[in-house]
Design a protein around this ligand. Structure first.
Ligand code: GAR
Length: 197
């Protein structure tokens, strides 16, 4: 079975959906462990699922690298991990680090993307899943899902809709990445079979 590692810094709702998909067999992979850089909700979710977790000691990137080196996972899944992966690690693991971002990149990179999009007043936003490269939220795009913003929505309502999309799709994209051939040419990601996602 392919091995995956998840890194998170927050609530862990995306991690939870991935753990669920693994435990129900929808995602045929071994969830080796959770890595966090701070005390956060994701740790409790790991406990509930009986998944090993590590609170990264400082400097976080050194322990991150050491743990990942030992596990040698097929995929490193960032799920709300609020750190920039240093260049040397990106080089070492490319294209095996994947990230989810709550906007249609390249719009609203960085922190608080949902708030940024809401305050900007966009009529369409969404979710992006991409391979991590040396930039911040710049890597090859694997998947995007658009969401039309109803002008009556509060920020909280928009957040909820975005999270619903993330929860529905992230584990599916991970599954595809583990089981389908792909290539990256320049900054373009492309599936090598005909199915499309
Ligand atoms: C998610 O919305 C994820 O897209 C976002 O953090 C949230 C984590 O929620 N990530 C970023 O903004 C990365 N730049 P969660 O802890 O409940 O999964």
């Amino acid at each position: 079975k392919p091995r995956i590692v998840v890194a998170a810094s927050g609530r862990g709702s995306n991690f939870e959906k991935i753990a669920e998909a693994v435990s129900t067999g929808l995602l045929n992979a071994t969830l080796e462990c959770l890595l966090v850089d701070r005390e956060c909700g994701a740790l409790e979710i790991a406990r509930n699922f009986g998944i090993r977790s590590y609170l990264l000691s400082k400097p976080w990137h050194k322990s991150f690298d050491e743990i990942i080196d030992q596990i040698n996972p097929h995929l490193i899944v960032l799920a709300g991990f609020m750190r920039i992966i240093p260049e040397n690690l990106v080089e070492k693991y490319f294209p095996r680090i994947v990230n989810i971002h709550p906007s249609l990149l390249p719009a609203f990179p960085g922190k608080d993307a949902i708030v940024q999009a809401y305050e900007y007043g966009v009529k369409v936003t969404g979710v992006t899943v991409h391979i991590v490269d040396k930039g911040v939220d710049t890597g090859p795009i694997i998947f995007q899902k658009a969401l039309e913003v109803d002008e009556s929505w509060s920020l909280e309502q928009l957040e909820e809709k975005i999270h619903q999309i993330e929860h529905e799709w992230y584990w599916r994209v991970i599954r595809e990445l583990l089981y389908r051939p792909f290539e990256i040419v320049g900054r373009k990601f492309r599936w090598l079979d005909e199915e499309g996602l």
